[in-house]
Design a protein around this ligand. Structure first.
Ligand SMILES: *Cc1c(COP(=O)(O)O)cnc(C)c1O
Ligand SMILES: [Zn+2]
Length: 418
């Protein structure tokens, strides 16, 4: 058992496009070519251990510390990850898929997968000695960063597009004491302002352009494979917004291949909302260039992003694994959200339901086979956005203080509807 020997894999930050090594810890893009950055892990030490060795630690992000670029001694953690992987038989039956699973990321500490990246990003900020951290956000990133900044004792500034954030997420950021700045404009405007602050070194930016966050997000894939006892699913479906998460999942797969723990790649399948789908459009064109959408619109606010920063990385993830990228309408998202709740007792936010809506659509189109083993990653908790739920369910039923009246109501409700 060599677990204690590997607290952090050796690594360097490199340009994803030209390969140049980047040493400025505040660089978010390559100083040579302006390309996206990534972390190159040296996994030679991991090749000496087995998946079984990691299982002495509880399921969660830090079980996989040997794949992470931050020394665990510096970790800022509120026990992120370790989320359930449900075998969803009733959902699968409704959709005509034999072997389906839902990875419910809504059970992370702040209710979304963003916590996996934030534990890594904020731990790294601590290593750098940062006192102020910040992000622009459609909601969940800010909720998560605000919580981790509290835990780390750092000041936190979040830049939100005015009026477009789900209520639960806004409440969380304010609750954790972040400086919440409502910026006149959309998400892309809020991000541009946050980046200016970072470039002037007035804060350390923890948007997904930060190369350390996807490193923590890799853990969702590590957990799925671990929970399936290293039997790789045929396909993993997830919603795509800024597009870093599907890239993180891809990177995790390549690293498990590299150390020989898995022998095949799952088909990574990205789902976008029809009103906000620049990555899906590029995929349909077989292109690597994402053309920004100036006015993205969808009820799934977590993926309402017109200019996805990691679009190119996401496209590579899908092309390389023979996955697909498609869109679903807001109506399909709402239907899928309700279906998941009523078949499996799982309440996810609209962006997360996009993965289930995508499964339904791709199965109906015959692109997904009935006997595929499929995992839908459901990225966030439905309670984040109660407004959307209440707009799509019936009102409470007026009832007299009387047993007979209750019986009447239940009988009517149970009667088959014609
Ligand atoms: C952030 C987020 C997404 C999108 O993830 P990207 O990495 O931006 O593609 C999807 N669902 C939820 C709930 C999110 O918070
Ligand atoms: Zn470069």
């Amino acid at each position: 058992m060599q677990e204690d020997l590997i607290v952090m894999a050796a690594h360097k930050v490199v340009c994803w496009e030209c390969g140049a090594e980047v040493t400025d810890p505040y660089a978010n893009l390559c100083p040579k070519c302006n390309g996206l950055l990534t972390v190159k892990m040296d996994l030679s030490a991991v090749s000496e251990i087995t998946p079984e060795d990691l299982r002495s630690k509880k399921l969660g992000v830090w079980r996989y510390a040997p794949f992470m670029p931050v020394d665990e001694a510096n970790k800022v953690s509120i026990q992120e990850g370790g989320t359930p992987l449900y075998k969803t038989e009733a959902l699968g039956e409704a959709l005509g898929v034999k072997d389906s699973f839902v990875k419910f990321e809504g059970l992370n500490p702040t209710g979304s997968f963003k916590d996996r990246g934030m534990t890594m990003g904020v731990s790294h900020a601590k290593e750098l000695g940062a006192k102020v951290v910040g992000c622009a956000s459609t909601g969940n990133t800010s909720a998560s960063l605000a919580a981790y900044a509290s835990k780390a004792g750092m000041q936190c500034a979040v830049f939100l597009p005015s009026g477009k954030v789900a209520m639960g997420k806004l409440a969380q950021a304010l609750f954790f004491g972040a400086n919440v700045l409502s910026v006149d404009g959309n998400f892309d405007d809020a991000l541009a302002l946050a980046r200016k602050m970072h470039d002037e070194r007035k804060l350390y930016l923890l948007n997904s352009i930060n190369p350390y966050r996807p490193e923590g997000q890799k853990s969702v894939l590590f957990e799925i494979i671990d929970q399936l006892d290293y039997e790789v699913p045929d396909r993993i479906i997830l919603p795509v917004g800024n597009a870093a998460n599907i890239w993180a999942v891809y990177k995790a797969c390549t690293e498990l291949m590299e150390v020989g723990w898995i022998k095949k790649m799952p088909k990574l399948t990205g789902i976008q909302a029809a009103g906000s789908c620049p990555v899906a459009t590029a995929f349909q064109d077989g292109s690597m260039d994402v053309i920004a959408e100036p006015n993205p619109e969808t009820i799934a606010t977590a993926i309402r992003i017109g200019n996805p920063i990691s679009g190119k990385k996401a496209l590579k993830a899908m092309y390389d694994t023979k996955g697909v990228c498609t869109t679903v309408t807001d109506e399909e998202i709402i239907q899928a959200q309700l279906l998941l709740g009523r078949t499996e007792g799982v309440c996810v936010e609209p962006a997360s339901a996009a993965s289930v809506a995508g499964l339904k659509k791709l199965r109906a189109q015959g692109i997904i086979e009935p006997d595929e083993k499929v995992v839908c990653i459901c990225t966030g908790n439905g309670l984040k956005d109660p407004d959307t739920i209440l707009n799509n369910v019936p009102k409470p039923i007026p009832c007299m203080n009387d047993v007979a009246d209750v019986e009447r109501i239940l009988k009517e409700a149970a009667a088959p509807k014609e």
